[in-house]
Design a protein around this ligand. Sequence first.
Ligand code: MLT
Ligand code: MN
Ligand code: ZN
Length: 310
Amino acid sequence: MKIIVLGSGAGGGCPQWNCNCAVCASARNGSRMIRPRTQSSIAVSPDGKRWVLLNASPDIGQQLRVQPILHPKQGLRDTPIKAVVLMDAQVDHATGLLSLREGPPIELYVTPCVFEDLTTGLPILTVLEHYCGVHWHLLPVAGEQRICEFTIEGFETLRFRAVAIPGKAPPFSPHRHDSKVGDNIALEVTDLRSGKRLFYSPGLAEVGPNEMEWMRGADCLLVDGTFWSEDEMVKAGLGQKYAADMGHLPQQSTPERRGMMDALDETGAARKVLIHINNSNPILDDYGPERTELANRGIEVAYDGMEIAL
Ligand code: MLT
Ligand code: MN
Ligand code: ZN
């Protein structure tokens, strides 16, 4: 299985258009080694020819333009992207669907909660009916059902498993403050030929026993790297929200909760990679002390264009 990181940043990317925080400013003026990042999305493929998009970021136009492997290959209109799976209905993960409107109907795999949010609070799917249209493939993660296994036509050598995870619905969702099973999923993708597993979870509020079991089963983890610390946004004067308010688990532990670094230490994955990194996060500095700490623990930081072979 091949994996391409199309976008490794959180909402806003880095530098964010209106942000002068220490990281964004350094990214602009070049005083520190901080790479620009677009908003989070990855693509997976069994053969490098047919690809499934996991999340569709508003930066998708740019992301596809710079990725020759995802360019049209034959005929007048063509795309190697055959299906899209969304982890949630967040703006940074879903609005890229609008930029796919010139293509064939979108083969879209989402939970009922995400379908509902994308036909009400943010009615992207309704809008798309006036363009390419959408074929909705229901991922039955809702109510009592927390896991669903599925295949995607044309991708028979890959097995997909969606699992409900702790997180938050987007701010425009009617259940923002009343989380439902299916608001947020993580995706496990197994290459049935090699048996290798990817676990993708760009928005993860907590690593409890269930999440830990999934993470322990993976060869490659691409998980929530949004914030270094719980109060990062507040301390930098960028907002009033804490990581927990936004449904993200920071890398650092606090006495109240174990952070992502300590959780990753308990997994045996060959690749432990942080993705969906907010522009306030000091790990974006390639030579900063936070990066040294991650490196010492065998944790990588995703960057746009990163390729992983599993
Ligand atoms: C989040 O995951 O909390 C987002 O990146 C917020 C956003 O899209 O603005
Ligand atoms: Mn986000
Ligand atoms: Zn910033």
